[in-house]
Design a protein. Structure first.
Length: 207
């Protein structure tokens, strides 16, 4: 699998580029900043983006999606799509400016997308935001965890539209994944499910 990341931004947000070996296409996960730099990473690898996938609609993950995605679709869960059309109704509790998106599409739990010669399953994991998702790639090869789980930590669930109970249920779902699954988080270094199960203090007691 082709894999690269852009994280040179004020929040250290990981923007992941993924594609199958032998393909000239990539999907881009969470382009919150500097669309030109993200485009350049793909271009250097001889690849072009065919879609943007958002793990959630916070600005550090989604602000630049509309500018990056000229001519290609942007996918987001319906509960977070509201952030683009009616940010006040989405009620993040803070300013969350997002670029306008020409082709905004939605995906939901259990949907499978065939993009960049990859099979990508959507796993709805609300709590951090109502429409937070994880993206499970090629049947347990890697998972983009967004701001659900990081190496040694988890995402916040104290924003205005967060839900601590939903977050706990989503973490429980994460813990059912196989230990050898590589995790590509929204911030920080990569990890595995097994490593987080064994050492993440925020997952103690979650089965």
């Amino acid at each position: 699998m082709y894999l690269d990341v852009f994280d040179r931004n004020p929040y250290g947000t990981n923007c992941w580029l993924l594609g199958a070996e032998g393909s000239r296409e990539v999907v881009v996960v969470d382009p919150g900043f500097d669309p030109g730099a993200v485009q350049g990473i793909g271009a250097l690898a001889g690849r072009s983006a065919v879609a943007v996938l958002l793990t959630h609609a916070h600005g550090d993950h989604a602000a630049a999606a509309g500018t990056f995605a000229r001519g290609i679709p942007v996918y987001v869960h319906p509960a977070d799509a509201v952030a683009f059309s009616d940010p006040e109704a989405w009620a993040a509790g803070f300013a969350n400016p997002l670029d306008d998106v020409e082709d905004l599409r939605t995906f939901d739990d259990g949907d499978r997308l065939s993009l960049a010669a990859l099979s990508i399953e959507v796993v709805h994991t609300p709590g951090h935001t109502p429409g937070s998702v994880c993206l499970l790639v090629d049947d347990d090869v890697v998972i983009c965890s967004g701001d659900l789980v990081f190496a040694g930590s988890i995402g916040r669930s104290d924003f205005s539209n967060s839900d601590p109970a939903a977050m706990e249920a989503s973490l429980t779902r994460f813990m059912r994944l196989p230990d050898d699954l590589d995790v590509l988080p929204g911030h920080g270094p990569t990890t595995t499910v097994g490593r987080e199960r064994a050492s993440n203090p925020f997952l103690v007691g979650i089965a």
